[in-house]
Every structure is written in C-alpha cells, then in structure tokens.
Design a protein around this ligand. Structure first.
Ligand SMILES: [Zn+2]
Ligand SMILES: [Zn+2]
Length: 116
C-alpha cells in the first residue's frame, strides 16, 4: 500500500480513523495510533479519550460490584461468630450466618461471571 497523499511513497502506517495508508511525512502520532490529517488527529484523540474514560468507568464499576458480596460475607461472619460464641445458644444466628455466606459466595461467583 502506498501513501494516500504521496502515491509514489509506500505507506508506513494506517490512519486510525479513516484507515488510509500514510507515509512517515503524513502520519501524526497521537500517542495511541497514527492519524493522517488534522481532523483525523482530533477525532482519534477524542476517541482515545472516550475509550480511556469508558475503561476507567468500567473498572470502577467492577470494583463496586464486589462490595455487595463482601458486605454479605461480612454479615454472615458476624452472625456466625455471634452464633458460635455461645453467648446465646440459638441456632438461628448460625443458620443466618451460613445463609449469608452461601448467598455472598453465589453473588461473588455471579459478579465474577459478569466481569468475565
Ligand atoms: Zn485519517
Ligand atoms: Zn504521505
């Protein structure tokens, strides 16, 4: 493939936006991919920013997704410790604790499958 602007020069890269072949002279390095014209540089940079922002938002959501199972697991542990401490010989806190822990594990497995 030759440069879109200089048909006699072979292309050294491809514009990330319009996928035209471009030579070293025409290519502008956006930091994450090459672009040909000024318009393409702006578009690629805007696109990169958007992808970057999405990636950050998604990873923040991933972190929050584990808060619920962690909370449930904590609740389960508190019930279990309370039930097993012998302060009150009641099977209910132990059953609640086990229930919460199972639910927390199922929830965590679900979150893990969401996140891939
Ligand atoms: Zn372009
Ligand atoms: Zn060129």
């Amino acid at each position: 493939m030759n440069c879109f602007n200089h048909t006699s020069i072979s292309a050294t890269g491809i514009c990330k936006h319009c996928n035209k072949g471009i030579c070293h002279q025409c290519a502008t390095d956006t930091g994450d991919g090459l672009a040909c014209t000024e318009t393409c540089v702006e578009t690629v940079q805007a696109l990169n920013k958007l992808i970057d922002r999405n990636r950050k938002t998604v990873s923040a959501q991933h972190k929050n997704a584990y808060l619920s199972p962690i909370f449930l697991g904590g609740m389960g542990a508190i019930f279990l410790i309370y039930g097993l401490s012998g302060v009150q010989n009641a099977p209910l806190p132990i059953a609640m604790g086990i229930g919460f822990l199972i639910f927390a594990l199922l929830y965590a497995a679900k979150v893990k499958s969401w996140l891939g």
